[in-house]
Design a binder for this molecule. Structure first.
Ligand code: OOG
Ligand code: MG
Length: 263
């Protein structure tokens, strides 16, 4: 740990306020270049603690920057992990208010719900497959609190990996009924294809993102409990949206997830 408790608390309050006040800030490593990985996750944990203290329920975990397309888009070469809370959930086919967000982008994500706990180190794709209750599709709406989405990995981890909104939709399926690697995803914006990919875009296999998450939490003395909703990360690059845009994502064998962006 490079930062002391006072600085961690200050940075958590700073990012938490940027989120609730819908305003961007410069990336925190500009002012704290010595910040380390533990500090970044400690700041995220403190944001989560503050939000839960205000009554916001944590309802899932997320992996981010797990596809090559996303890593390339954001100029990083490693995944990151965060959480989603109940206030971020929006219904399938519903509206997303632009006025509550800074500069949102959408991502198509293959998600799972666990039926058994997963604990690293040594968690692998096989262990994850055995622990999957069902697979369900979602769209994540990310909204970095950093100006122009410009950040490094430590800054974005502290900012809860840009988590802002998510829409679960389509239909759930047993994992045995799917091939998560070849599962095709087509992202349409205003009726036109904006991006497409297959599940293997996520670290070769979406379950690998969950294994990495379990191993990451294991290093911090935590586990993924049974019954956890986990987003495995955008399969394509994120697509910027504006008021008036409609998004529809078709997931092979899992139906569609859609939403409309309004003022
Ligand atoms: C970080 C969050 C990335 C994903 O699915 O790749 C993420 C960002 O790109 O702002 O959620
Ligand atoms: Mg995401």
């Amino acid at each position: 740990m490079a930062l002391d408790r006072t600085h961690l608390d200050h940075l958590a309050a700073h990012l938490d306020a940027a989120r609730s006040e819908v305003r961007d800030v410069t990336k925190i490593t500009d002012d704290f270049p010595d910040m380390d990985w533990a500090d970044a996750y400690d700041i995220q944990d403190e944001i989560r603690r503050r939000q839960e203290a205000r009554g916001l329920r944590t309802v899932g975990l997320k992996a981010g920057l797990t596809s090559f397309a996303k890593m390339k888009q954001m100029g990083v070469n490693e995944p990151c992990f965060g959480f989603v809370s109940a206030d971020m959930a929006r219904p399938d086919g519903g509206e997303i208010r632009m006025s509550e967000l800074i500069h949102p982008k959408v991502e198509a994500e293959i998600c799972i719900v666990t039926k058994a706990a997963l604990r690293g180190p040594g968690c692998h794709v096989g262990a994850v497959m055995a622990a999957i209750d069902f697979v369900i599709p979602a769209v994540e709406i990310i909204d970095s609190r950093y100006r122009d989405f410009k950040f490094d990995l430590k800054s974005v981890i502290a900012d809860n990996t840009s988590a802002a909104r998510f829409v679960i939709g389509g239909r759930s399926r047993a994992v045995e009924a799917l091939d998560l690697r070849t599962l095709g995803v087509v992202l349409e914006k205003n009726g036109r294809i904006a991006a497409m990919a297959a599940g293997a875009a996520v670290l070769g296999h979406p379950a690998a993102a969950v294994a990495m998450l379990a191993n990451h939490l294991g290093r911090r003395g935590q586990e993924i409990p049974a019954g956890t909703f986990i987003m495995t990360g955008g399969v394509t690059e994120a697509i910027a949206v504006q008021a008036g845009d409609s998004i529809n994502v078709r997931f092979q064998d899992l139906g569609s997830v859609s939403m409309r962006f309004v003022e």
